[in-house]
Design a protein around this ligand. Structure first.
Ligand code: ASP
Length: 605
């Protein structure tokens, strides 16, 4: 074999092993040559242990550089009292090396691996280009191990509940989830294309028609859409589907699963997270009204409030005219914000303008007892603001009451149409939450958002788009609006949200071909196109399809949450960088002229 196989894992050695002869396999994490002696922090996947090498007995030590792969043998010795390192699990001992074999020499590294702090400043593209080195860091190994823990527990939970794991094809036909498809040319018939699935949605529904009843898969999904910190062109979902279920059944299963999996991983890895509480539930309408978005961060309150009726007839022209044109004047409290200087309030207004606000009005609130000359006293409180003069005492009192204002608050108001106002207010609320330290990473605050609308109007293209996907079931009682007022139809559609991020989406599906066809039609898919693109679904539904529904939690997102990172690339072994590029493999890449020819393709210049 040419080298000594390990007797122990590096990270497992303790004082109790003193005096034992051991063989270790791993990498020279950090090499410190002190002239007289050479010290090496030696690493394998279980941790680090200190090696001591004497150049008198081991003359070629300069061949050992950072990240050289080695097999070493030696004796475990308890360190002198003053050299013990309480920060290292193996810090009480060291290995007096008697012999070693270089298994893999190492060139100088593209970045220094042994110093986590220094790694923070290393260019991410460079790390990903040499991911096989980057992943050697114990912190990266841990992220992958947490990921594996999440997946292992998902499987265990579902296997226990009678689900069967089923693989579905990767080269297939377009399965729309609202993104662009990745396409694969078909060699045997030029002009024909496969699409990579945006999700296994159609296959999992067909498995329900097939009588599988309980399916899951750790599924790769492919979506060609603009990249963001939390998006990758291919990502992983826990995709699941169940037959003969109501929305309530899916909600209960998914909530039980997520709490069990995440609480289990938190315990297994000793993560600093509070146990996950039962999920709150909000309807889509409530979420929009109270938090301005369908992915509210419920770690803190600061619900939005509406003062439209209070100011519609006030002397403040801006509010008045927005109210008269059907807009709304809503706001959010900023606890402690009354302290802000005029300049700081201006910066907050700029923040709102970045997201499309025309402006942000504000009222500083202080205790009446502490009010200065310029403040207007209203009961126990007083307000400071250039806009206060436009309101009567009664109007101000009503505004403070509606906002549930407290001394020290800055009340921030956005006057706009409902939808555009929401877009600003939810970001402003999150910003205030950040500034007030209310978004505690130790807390994983989950909620359900239910009763999404089935469709939304796409003004640009002048048509209705599915809010979730075209297979989502309308609520029976709302089907009456399908011809008259489709925007009013609610769907049996639900999202899991945690700390302001969407973690899963699902729905009860349509299982009747007539209704599916109607919904396709509503989405502007005419009968011919329906047949061409989704004929297999319509046909399958006509052979005794069971009612069914499911959900798909995002595995990457859950692992990000557990690892306290907003960068999805940190939790994927081999991620793509901007533009979907893989700098390590140098993919995408050109193909041979012969491959072009085989596929019947030509570049149009
Ligand atoms: N296919 C859906 C998605 O990717 C999930 C589901 O409806 O189960 O969002």
């Amino acid at each position: 074999m040419g080298f000594l196989q390990r007797t122990h894992a590096c990270g497992s050695l303790r004082a109790e092993h003193a005096g034992q002869q051991v063989a270790l396999n791993g990498w020279a994490h950090k090499v410190r040559d002190l002239g007289g002696l050479c010290f090496i922090d030696f690493r394998d996947r279980t941790g680090l242990v200190q090696l001591v090498l004497d150049p008198n007995s081991l003359p070629n030590l300069s061949e050992i550089r950072h990240e050289t792969c080695l097999s070493v043998s030696g004796e475990v010795r308890v360190r002198d009292e003053q050299t013990k390192n309480p920060k290292m699990p193996t810090g009480e001992i060291e290995i007096i090396v008697t012999g070693y074999t270089v298994l893999g020499p190492a060139k100088p590294l593209p970045f220094p691996l042994s110093d986590e702090e220094q790694m923070q400043s290393v260019n991410e593209e460079l790390r990903i280009k040499h991911r096989y080195i980057d992943l050697r860091r114990p912190s990266m190994y841990r992220k992958l191990a947490i990921r594996a823990g999440v997946i292992r527990r998902m499987r265990a939970y579902l296997d226990n509940q009678g689900f069967i794991e089923t693989e579905t094809p990767i080269i297939t036909k377009s399965t729309p989830e609202g993104a662009r498809d990745y396409l694969v040319a078909y060699r045997l018939e030029p002009g024909q294309w496969y699409a990579l699935p945006q999700s296994p949605q159609q296959y999992k529904q067909l498995l329900m028609v097939a009588g599988i009843e309980r399916y899951y898969q750790i599924a790769k999904c492919f979506r060609d859409e603009s990249q963001r910190a939390d998006r990758q062109p291919e990502f992983t979902q826990l995709d699941l589907e169940m037959s003969f279920v109501t929305q309530e059944d899916v909600l209960n299963l998914a909530e039980g699963l997520l709490r069990d999996v995440l609480n289990g991983v938190v315990e297994e890895f000793g993560l600093d997270k509070a146990p996950i509480e039962p999920f709150e539930r909000l309807t889509f309408d409530e979420a929009m009204l109270l938090y301005g978005c369908d992915k509210p961060d419920l770690r803190f309150g600061l619900k939005l409030f509406d003062i439209t009726p209070l100011v519609a007839n006030s002397g403040f022209g801006v509010f008045k005219s927005i109210a008269e044109s059907g807009g709304m004047i809503r706001g959010v409290r900023y606890p402690g914000g009354a302290q802000l200087s005029r300049k700081e309030v201006g910066q907050l207004e700029e923040f709102c303008k970045e997201f499309g606000a025309k402006g942000m009005a504000s009222l500083g609130v202080v205790a009446a007892s502490e009010a200065g000359e310029e403040a207007r006293v209203v009961g126990d409180l007083a307000v400071k603001s250039s806009i206060a003069k436009f309101f009567s005492d009664e109007e101000l009192a009503q505004i403070l009451k509606t906002a549930q204002a407290e001394a020290g608050d800055l009340l921030c108001f956005i006057a706009d149409e409902y939808a555009s106002g929401n877009n600003v207010l939810y970001r402003l609320r999150n910003e205030i939450g950040d500034r007030c330290g209310l978004r505690d990473p130790r807390v994983l605050k989950f909620c359900w958002v239910i009763d999404f609308p089935l469709v939304e109007w796409n003004a640009e293209d002048g048509r209705w788009d599915a809010v979730h996907h075209p297979f989502t079931g309308p609520k029976d009682e709302d089907l009456i609006y399908i011809d008259s007022d489709p925007g009013k139809i609610r769907a049996d559609c639900y999202d899991v949200v945690c700390n302001g991020v969407e973690m899963a989406s699902g729905s009860i599906r349509i299982h009747r071909p007539d209704i599916q066809s109607k919904v396709f039609k509503l989405l502007g898919i005419d009968e011919e196109t329906q047949k061409e693109r989704f004929g297999h679904m319509l046909e399958a539904f006509s052979y005794g399809a069971p009612p069914h529904g499911g959900i798909a939690p995002g595995v990457d997102r859950l692992v990000m949450l557990l690892n306290d990172t907003e960068n999805i690339r940190e939790v994927i072994a081999f991620p793509k960088i901007g533009g979907g590029y893989d700098p390590m493999m140098e993919a995408p890449s050109t193909i041979d002229p012969q491959q072009w020819a085989e596929l019947g393709l030509r570049m149009s210049k």
